[in-house]
Design a protein around this ligand. Structure first.
Ligand code: PRP
Length: 181
């Protein structure tokens, strides 16, 4: 285990099993339709890569990057698009893929932008959900795991751009970001 990680929340095996279950549900729900998966960078890149390989309905992928946290550990509420989609999403069935849903600021802002482009439908999929931190209500269609309010890293999730490469999801030692152990 990495020295900055206090505890492993989900191992590689647990993540793999849950991603497969989510994909199964998505494949069932989108039977007969074509899907456009939208990965919200950067945190979701690993989840998206694993999820899309389990999708069996016809699908396209596109990426969007937003920034809200900066170097802090708490969402600022300010969301900026740093990379827009490459595809026209009009009339498409969108599945927005996130690594974590926290305050809900990012997704509620993204939803407004995406609906304005007239897709046929939008559903939301997040690997992790921190329900106790919600400020803006967001209706999730697919959620991997509900987690407590701890700072988590790994499997795409960062602190100050580090730890995204860890193959598991772990709780970061508070001393790393100046908190108490
Ligand atoms: C994380 C995560 C979501 C957002 C969720 O992104 O990927 O996009 O925060 O938080 P919210 O519900 O409070 O808005 P982050 O800004 O850390 O960027 P990253 O994906 O590049 O790591």
């Amino acid at each position: 285990m990495h020295k900055d990680v206090q505890e492993i929340l989900f191992t590689e095996e647990q993540l793999k099993a849950r991603v497969a279950q989510l994909a199964e549900q998505i494949n069932r729900d989108y039977e007969g339709k074509e899907l456009m998966l939208i990965s919200v960078l950067r945190g979701s890149f690993i989840f998206m890569a694993d999820l899309v390989r389990q999708i069996t309905v016809p699908c396209k992928v596109d990426f969007m990057a937003v920034s809200s946290y900066g170097k802090g550990t708490v969402s600022s509420g300010q969301v900026q698009i740093t990379k827009d989609l490459s595809e026209d999403i009009t009339g498409q069935h969108l599945l927005v893929v996130e690594d974590i849903l926290d305050s809900g600021n990012t997704l509620s802002y993204l939803l407004e932008i995406l609906w304005a482009r007239r897709p046929a439908s939008i559903r939301l999929c997040t690997l992790l959900d921190k329900p106790e931190r919600r400020v803006k209500p967001v209706k999730l269609d697919y959620a991997g795991f509900s987690i407590p309010d701890a700072f988590v890293v790994g499997y795409g999730l960062d602190y100050d751009e580090h730890y995204r490469n860890l193959p598991y999801i772990g709780v970061l030692r508070p001393s790393v970001y100046g908190g108490e152990e």
